[in-house]
Design a protein around this ligand. Sequence first.
Ligand code: IMP
Length: 184
Amino acid sequence: MAEQSRKQAIQTLLSTEQIHARVQALGAQITADYSASVEQGRELVVVPVLKGSFVFAADLVRGIDLPMTMEFLGVRSYGDETESSGVVQITHDLKRSVEGKDVLLVEDIVDTGLTMQYLLKNLATRNPASVKVASFLHKPARAKVEVPIDYLGFTIEDVFVVGYGLDHAQQHRNIPYLGVLENG
Ligand code: IMP
């Protein structure tokens, strides 16, 4: 019964097949772009931004055919339920230094851009060799600041999406496709 109502309430925006194909393509592109620096002995560190990017990151890293390490950043953005304020609290910090390393930040979605803007400024102070951004989604209609997205999964309209790691009130992260809450 609960399964039935969940399915009715969420409309598919991107299927698991569409997502898989795009994420594999991003992995191949990242592999090509970083192979020279990795061959020169530089460390590639993939940094998922928790919680929302955990599903995207898990698929993306399995599409990267290079030696690499992972570190995790947890963030909480202050604001109301639907709008981030740009004031970001780090709830889980990197456990190893990224100095001299190539950092690939992995986000679920760049919405206003405020969270990513904060993270890019924060990471720059840690002297990495480079910082690039992979984001599963981008909602340009809501952008308040421009942030560079080097590897983008999909651009979407101004709708609130759930699934593939993204939540509404902490629910729906486990849905394998990307959906729109019909009453959300
Ligand atoms: P920004 O600072 O406005 O770019 O916010 C980014 C964060 O807001 C993301 O990492 C998500 O956690 C959350 N977010 C923004 N839009 C959505 C959405 O449509 N569904 C679920 N979470 C969202």
